[in-house]
Design a protein around this ligand. Sequence first.
Ligand SMILES: Nc1ncnc2c1ncn2[C@@H]1O[C@H](COP(=O)(O)OP(=O)(O)OP(=O)(O)O)[C@@H](O)[C@H]1O
Length: 279
Amino acid sequence: MVTRELFQSRRYNERMIVENFIERGRNVKLNRDTQYIRSLHLKTEDIVTFEEYPFNLPVMKDVDSIIFHPNVTYIIGENGMGKSTLLEGIAIALGFNPEGGTLNFNFSSYDSHSELDQHLRIIRGVERPRDNFFFRAETFYNVATNIEELDKESGGGRIIDSFGGKSLHKQSHGEAFFAAFVERFQGNGLYILDEPEAALSPLRQMSMLARINDLINQGSQFIISTHSPILMAYPNARIYELTGEGVSEARLEETSHYTIMKQFMENKERMLQHLFDQS
Ligand SMILES: Nc1ncnc2c1ncn2[C@@H]1O[C@H](COP(=O)(O)OP(=O)(O)OP(=O)(O)O)[C@@H](O)[C@H]1O
């Protein structure tokens, strides 16, 4: 009797494991056990000097404090604080092209990336993403050109069809960005986005949040660098703010982007007077 119960409970457990596995491929949010990448580590032993770029950036002394949220991690901060440098380093260390795209893109329009990737260790989870994309607003135009070139040479399926079929150069910036998020991102993916709001209207930024939510519910993990208080509003996300002091974790309402925007909207006249008096 005991043996039969044991047998049945084992069969039950096995069935649960199979069902969970099947479900993972569909609609399940990642958690701490299933997230694709967990944290960062800066391998300081072979860094020759901390006086030069990129190791002179304040963020470098706190890289090890960055623990990725299973769903969304935001990297924010003033211009020049090192967000793009950090995201680029992470992306290249994971095997992406410095200018962005999927793991299969390997074109190079202008080779100016830092050597940070060689000094970063990325602590991965046990699960592997099925989809991957490094979206870099600054160089998305080059990705679009590369897609056209590859599609001209290819005799088989066209890459542009996975972006909705319409040339990305024949769409507005915002439309082309959105085609990537809506058509190309397939879920169960790791998505690294550098200032994706660059061409998006406030309304589109809200639509982007809805798209992020869909993809998170389909087992995706995001790392997003942004200046947009709208885009950084995903609930329960982790926000790291880069400042001259290093890296600190913040709630949305505590971030400088949010408070400055709020002050401006709530008291535009006073802010303008203050700004013009200073100039
Ligand atoms: N190839 C490079 N060589 C030397 N310095 C660089 C290089 N690229 C960037 N920097 C410097 O490193 C700093 C961080 O640049 P980065 O582009 O990472 O900042 P960011 O936080 O992404 O800024 P933004 O919000 O303006 O996009 C800047 O002061 C920049 O001038």
